[in-house]
Design a protein around this ligand. Structure first.
Ligand code: IPE
Ligand code: IPE
Ligand code: MG
Length: 262
């Protein structure tokens, strides 16, 4: 646990449902949690607001989840913020999201310094607007020496694009005579993915009631436990996170084998 136990208890003290916390096994917290942060638009629509208000409210939920994951001793948190398909949204919304990513990153740098969080970027950075790209580059540079939790942010990320990119990289190495096609194994492929060298996620959470992956981490989620919740992302709290972890802890991961003693 990276923080004092007392501080931990204080942070999780206002449980609306204390029993959940009792069920949480702190020795079996997932090492790597991935989140599809969905439902911002519907959250805003429910309040008669423009979608942008939902995205802004989503930033506060992300801040809470980052802090909670640090408190829980999670080693890596990967969040899906913008897919390769999200460019199909109205230009105004895309612009708003791109500037929100930049301003959020700058606002959250002090938190990342305080908690020792290291930023990682997943996706194709070259296609981002200059100021957004430069902000990510700055965040990566300034947190490179941090040794706490890794926060991987997927922006302009698509799993199919990621796998094609890895395939091209391996093909180039074969053509250059650096490796043989027979040498291409799971480890070699994984090492060319944006997520390298992170371990595969143990737990994936998708909010807003949608039960699909939307082109997220298709290779890496092969044996990940999936938890879907109806909560819209801006409403997602540390308690919803704990609930998802408790559900994860109740699952039996068999990896194709059989249960011990079965
Ligand atoms: C997720 O919320 C944020 C992004 C995809 C950027 P949405 O914007 O998809 O919200 P809904 O799904 O329309 O409610
Ligand atoms: C997935 O959400 C992408 C992110 C959360 C960034 P979408 O809202 O774009 O996914 P679909 O369109 O419902 O599949
Ligand atoms: Mg959505």
């Amino acid at each position: 646990m990276p923080v004092a136990h007392e501080e931990f208890l204080t942070y999780f003290a206002e449980a609306p449902d204390g029993s959940r916390f009792d069920e949480l096994d702190l020795s079996r917290v997932p090492r790597h949690i991935a989140v599809i942060m969905d439902g911002n638009g519907r959250w805003a629509a429910q309040r008669g607001l423009a979608r942008g208000y939902g995205h802004a409210a989503g930033v506060a939920a992300l801040r809470e989840v980052i802090t909670a994951c640090v408190r829980l001793g999670v080693r890596a948190l990967t969040v899906y913020a913008f897919s390769t398909e999200n460019w199909n949204r109205p230009q105004e919304e895309v612009n708003l999201l791109m500037s929100l990513f930049a301003s959020t990153l700058i606002d959250e740098l002090p938190l990342m310094h305080r908690e020792g969080v290291r930023l990682k970027y997943l996706g194709e950075m070259d296609d981002l607007p200059d100021d957004t790209r430069e902000t990510f580059e700055r965040g990566l540079r300034e947190t490179a020496d941090h040794t706490g939790m890794t926060l991987a942010v997927a922006v302009n990320y698509g799993s199919r694009a990621e796998m094609l990119r890895a395939t091209r990289a391996l093909a180039r190495r074969c053509v250059a005579g650096e490796m043989r096609p027979e040498d291409i194994d799971e480890a070699a492929f994984s090492s060319e993915l944006y997520t390298s060298p992170l371990p595969d996620p143990d737990l994936l959470i998708r909010t807003s009631g949608e039960e699909r992956l939307s082109n997220f981490l298709l290779w890496q989620l092969s044996y990940t436990e999936l938890v879907f919740t109806d909560v819209l992302w801006p409403d997602f709290t540390r308690w919803d996170l704990v609930r998802a972890i408790v559900e994860f802890q109740g699952r039996h991961r068999r990896y194709g084998g059989v249960e011990d003693g079965a």
